[in-house]
Design a protein around this ligand. Structure first.
Ligand SMILES: Nc1ncnc2c1ncn2[C@@H]1O[C@H](COP(=O)(O)OP(=O)(O)O)[C@@H](O)[C@H]1O
Ligand SMILES: [Mg+2]
Length: 262
């Protein structure tokens, strides 16, 4: 495989994690190399969002075993803000609203924090205005959104586009996008996917978490993994997503029963 020599961005080994003492991740293994796009699919409740929260360092999610290595560093020893500065970007399923904080200020602070880490000069408000213009075009966001409070009153699609804008500004090494497609109409889905594809590079990698095959018509993954009961049970290429859809698995919010997919 042509990417065999690539740098390992993320290595997850036998990861177990609990929430409120309840085990949710049960021995998750995953390796992501530079330049790769991975899709994690799976029924609702299989632990996909829990995995993204653990990667972010959310305090409610306790890692009980295994290792998480990001760019050769022990991720578990890093505070959430250190992870972000080091280029780990998480777009959450339900982006946070921050009333009273202007989106523009928020994005500039986040961007400058990452730039400090990279040894780049910080951008003052005027420079940042220039810097952000080109990024706005990638996600087709109206500049008026910058003056509003972070995500406050944004529609579902606007929130997701704002997440991709943040990713475009931060230029992460690993972007983890949790259900970036949920609640999007087809036009917004195309814009979000275009943003993700524009930002993909041989140095960076992306994990897209979704339970719809639809997203993978626009973001073409190198690997597709199925998560079931807190671990990855099947890994394949893009055809796996199509096959699962054809075989009638209900990748929907209200799938009635757990499905056997092994
Ligand atoms: N904060 C929490 N408190 C209690 N249970 C949780 C919490 N977060 C997740 N869970 C449980 O963990 C399981 C996996 O959830 P989640 O990771 O959100 O799945 P997915 O994203 O695949 O739909 C579910 O049974 C869910 O109820
Ligand atoms: Mg989820």
């Amino acid at each position: 495989m042509l990417i065999e020599h690539s740098e390992t961005i993320l290595a997850v080994r036998d990861l177990t994690a609990s929430v409120n003492g309840i085990p949710i991740l049960n021995g998750l293994n995953l390796e992501v190399k530079a330049g790769e796009v991975h899709a994690i699919m799976g029924r609702n409740g299989s632990g996909k969002s829990t995995f993204s929260k653990v990667l972010a360092g959310h305090p409610d999610y306790e890692v009980t075993g295994g290792t998480l290595t990001y760019l050769g560093q022990d991720l578990l020893g890093m505070a959430p803000e250190q992870r972000a500065q080091a280029g780990l970007f998480l777009a959450f399923q339900y982006p946070l609203e921050i009333p009273g904080v202007s989106n523009l200020d928020f994005l500039r602070l986040a961007c400058n924090s990452r730039r400090r880490y990279l040894g780049l000069s910080e951008l003052d408000p005027l420079d940042f205005d220039d810097f952000i213009q080109a990024k706005l075009e990638i996600v087709e966001i109206d500049p008026a959104f910058l003056q509003r409070s972070v995500n406050e009153g944004f529609s579902g699609g606007e929130k997701k586009r704002n997440e991709i804008l943040q990713m475009a500004l931060l230029e992460p090494r690993l972007g983890v996008l949790d259900e970036i497609d949920s609640g999007l109409d087809i036009d917004a889905l195309r814009i979000v996917a275009k943003g993700v594809n524009t930002l993909a590079s041989p140095q960076n990698s992306t994990i897209v978490i979704t339970h719809y095959q639809r997203l993978l018509d626009y973001i073409l993954p190198d690997y597709v993994h199925v998560m079931e009961a807190g671990k990855i049970t099947i890994t394949g290429d893009r055809s796996l997503a199509l096959e699962l859809e054809e075989r009638g698995y209900a990748w929907t919010e209200d799938a009635p029963e757990p499905l056997e997919i092994a």
